[in-house]
Design a protein around this ligand. Structure first.
Ligand SMILES: C[S@@+](CC[C@H](N)C(=O)[O-])C[C@H]1O[C@@H](n2cnc3c(N)ncnc32)[C@H](O)[C@@H]1O
Length: 489
C-alpha cells in the first residue's frame, strides 16, 4: 500500500533540507520511502504534526536524531563483500601490488585507504582482506583503513562486523575461510584480527571537512566512494571530487561505482582510466608550487627551517599578516597558508606561533614528517603550548607512533583539562589499543565538556566544527561503540 502523502509544501521543504544537509537528491521513485520514514519519525519523536517535525529538522543539523533517522530511511545502504569483481581484480592484481612494491623500495611501509560512504563496512573489510593476502609481513606495515558514513546505525553494524550469507555472495572461498566465523544463528562474523585493522567514523561528505588530519583523510593512496554519488547533484559531486583530489597522494586513485555517472567538472585533476567493466580516477599532480619561488623547497628536513634574513630581502612575496595566515588556516586553504607562513617566516621568525601554523598546514597536506619537525621547533620555543602538543599528537598518530601520541595528548590535557578534541582523540587511541572502557570514558569526558560549552563556539583544532557539531558527532560515535560488544559475542 502506498504511504500517505504529506502536504506538498512540507514534502518539498523536507527534500530541500535533505539536499542541503547531505547532498542527497530524493527522486520521485523514492517519495514513498520518504513518506513512510517521515510517518515513522513523527511517531518516534513524538511530534504533533508534519509542520512540527519539519521545524525540528530545520532547527537541528544533519547529525540530529530526526535527521539521522530520516537519512537512514532514505539512503540505500546495500553493500556486499568484494562488490564489483573487475575493480577487486584490478586492486588485487595491479594497483595494490604496484603501490606495495613502490613502498617497499622507498622503505616506507605504509598505506592509507578510505571508504567514504562505507555503509555496513563490507567494502573496507574487503580491502583489508586483499591486503592480508598481499602482505605476508602485514605486522611490519602501518595500514590506515578508514570507513565513514553519515548513517550511524550502519556504522554500528560495520563495527560489529556481523553479516548475513547474502553479504558474502561474492566472497572468495579462501577469504571466507580465513576471515569469517560462522555463527550459530547462521550469520558470519569478521575475525577480530581483521576488525582490529580498520576504523569507522561518522563523516557527512556534504557538511564535514576533508582533507583534514582530524578526520584522518590526508595523504591517501586510495579512496572508495562507490554507489554514493547516485544520490547527489552533479555540482555537489564535483565539489566532493575536488576535495577527494586534495586528500590523495599524487598518483593516488579514486574508485567510483559502475553506475556513478559524473560529469567533466568532477574530473578536474584526475585521469580517467578504464578497466574491463569499470573505471577509476587517478590523481595527476597539478598541484601548484607551495613555496614562493625565492625559497626553493629542498629536502623535507630543510623545508621547515626558518629562512635566513638576507633571503628575505630577495623574496618576491610580501609577508602576510598573522590575521591573513589565521584566516587561510581557518578556511583550510593549507597550500596558500603554507606559502604565506613561509613568506612571513622570511620577514620575521620570532615566537612559536609560525612554526605551529606551519606544522598545521604541513600536517593537513599529508607531510607528516616535516610537520613533526615544525611542531618540535614550535615546542622548543614554547613548551607549554597546548595546541602544539595536540597537533604533535595528531601527527604522531599519522606516523603510527601511538604511544608517543598518547603522551602528547596527556600533556595537552595536563595543560587544559577541558580540551574536548584531546579527550576525543585519547579515547580513539585507547579504543584502538584495546582499552575499551578507558576509551569510552575519554569519549564521554569529551562529550560532557562539549555539551557544557557554548554550542556555537568553534573548536580551535577541529576542522571548522563548533561544540554543538562536535557533541553530535561524539554522540554518534559513542552510540556506535556502545552498540558494539567490544569483541564479546
Ligand atoms: C549504497 S551504499 C554504498 C556502500 C558501499 N560504498 C558500496 O558500494 O557497497 C551508499 C552509502 O552512502 C552513504 N551516504 C549517502 N550520502 C552521504 C553523505 N552525504 N555523507 C556520507 N555518506 C553518505 C549512505 O548512508 C550509504 O551508506
Amino acid at each position: 500500500m502506498p504511504a500517505r502523502a504529506l502536504l506538498p509544501a512540507i514534502e518539498e521543504q523536507i527534500c530541500l533540507l535533505v539536499r542541503e544537509r547531505t547532498g542527497i537528491r530524493i527522486h520521485d521513485h523514492q517519495m514513498d520511502t520518504l513518506r513512510r520514514t517521515v510517518a515513522d519519525g513523527l511517531a518516534r519523536f513524538d511530534h504533533a504534526g508534519e509542520a512540527d517535525y519539519l521545524a525540528a529538522l530545520r532547527a537541528a543539523r544533519a547529525s540530529s536524531p530526526e535527521c539521522e533517522h530520516l537519512i537512514a530511511g532514505i539512503t540505500v545502504g546495500e553493500s556486499y563483500f568484494f562488490r564489483d569483481q573487475a575493480q577487486m581484480d584490478w586492486l588485487r592484481e595491479q594497483y595494490l601490488p604496484r603501490v606495495i612494491a613502490r613502498r617497499r623500495e622507498e622503505g616506507n611501509l605504509s598505506l592509507r585507504i578510505w571508504s567514504a560512504g562505507c555503509s555496513d563496512g563490507q567494502e573496507l573489510y574487503s580491502v583489508a582482506m586483499l591486503l592480508a593476502e598481499l602482505l605476508p609481513d602485514r605486522e611490519r606495515w602501518n595500514l590506515h583503513l578508514l570507513g565513514t558514513d553519515l548513517n550511524a546505525a550502519a556504522l554500528a553494524r560495520a563495527l560489529r562486523g556481523r553479516y548475513s550469507e547474502w553479504s558474502l555472495r561474492a566472497t572468495p572461498e579462501a577469504a571466507r575461510q580465513r576471515h569469517f566465523h560462522h555463527e550459530r544463528d547462521h550469520t558470519w562474523s569478521i575475525s577480530p584480527a581483521l576488525r582490529g585493522h580498520v576504523r569507522f567514523a561518522y563523516l557527512n561528505l556534504r557538511e564535514d571537512s576533508f582533507p583534514s588530519m582530524l578526520s584522518e583523510t590526508t595523504a591517501l593512496d586510495l579512496i572508495f566512494c562507490r554507489n554514493v554519488f547516485i544520490y547527489f547533484d552533479p555540482a555537489i559531486v564535483a565539489e566532493v571530487c575536488a576535495k577527494f583530489h586534495a586528500c590523495l597522494n599524487p598518483g593516488g586513485c579514486l574508485l567510483l561505482g559502475a553506475s556513478d555517472l559524473i560529469d567533466s567538472a568532477a574530473l578536474r585533476g584526475f585521469t580517467l582510466r578504464g578497466l574491463d567493466n569499470a573505471f577509476y580516477l587517478e590523481r595527476h599532480d597539478t598541484t601548484p608550487a607551495i613555496v614562493p619561488a625565492a625559497v626553493p623547497e629542498t629536502a623535507p628536513t630543510r623545508a621547515i627551517e626558518p629562512p635566513r634574513p638576507q633571503v628575505a630581502a630577495q623574496a618576491a612575496a610580501p609577508a602576510a599578516s598573522y590575521e591573513d595566515i589565521t584566516a587561510l588556516l581557518g578556511r583550510e586553504q593549507w597550500r596558500e597558508a603554507l606559502a604565506a607562513i613561509t613568506a612571513r617566516q622570511m620577514a620575521d621568525d620570532s615566537g612559536a606561533l609560525l612554526p605551529q601554523f606551519r606544522a598545521k598546514a604541513l600536517a593537513n597536506l599529508g607531510r607528516a614528517r616535516e610537520a613533526l619537525e615544525a611542531c618540535d621547533a614550535s615546542l622548543a620555543r614554547d613548551g607549554d603550548d597546548k595546541h602544539s602538543h595536540f597537533l604533535r599528537a595528531l601527527i604522531l598518530q599519522e606516523l603510527h607512533r601511538p604511544q608517543a601520541a598518547e603522551e602528547s595528548l596527556r600533556r595537552t590535557l595536563y595543560l587544559d583539562r577541558n580540551f574536548v578534541e584531546a579527550h576525543y582523540q585519547l579515547g580513539l587511541l585507547q579504543m584502538r589499543r584495546g582499552a575499551r572502557q578507558s576509551g569510552l570514558k575519554s569519549m564521554k569526558n569529551a562529550l560532557a565538556i562539549a555539551e557544557r560549552m557554548r554550542p556555537e563556539r568553534r573548536l580551535h583544532d577541529a576542522a571548522g566544527r563548533d561544540h554543538k557539531r562536535m557533541a553530535a558527532i561524539l554522540r554518534h560515535e559513542l552510540r556506535m561503540y556502545e552498540a558494539d560488544s567490544g569483541g564479546k559475542r
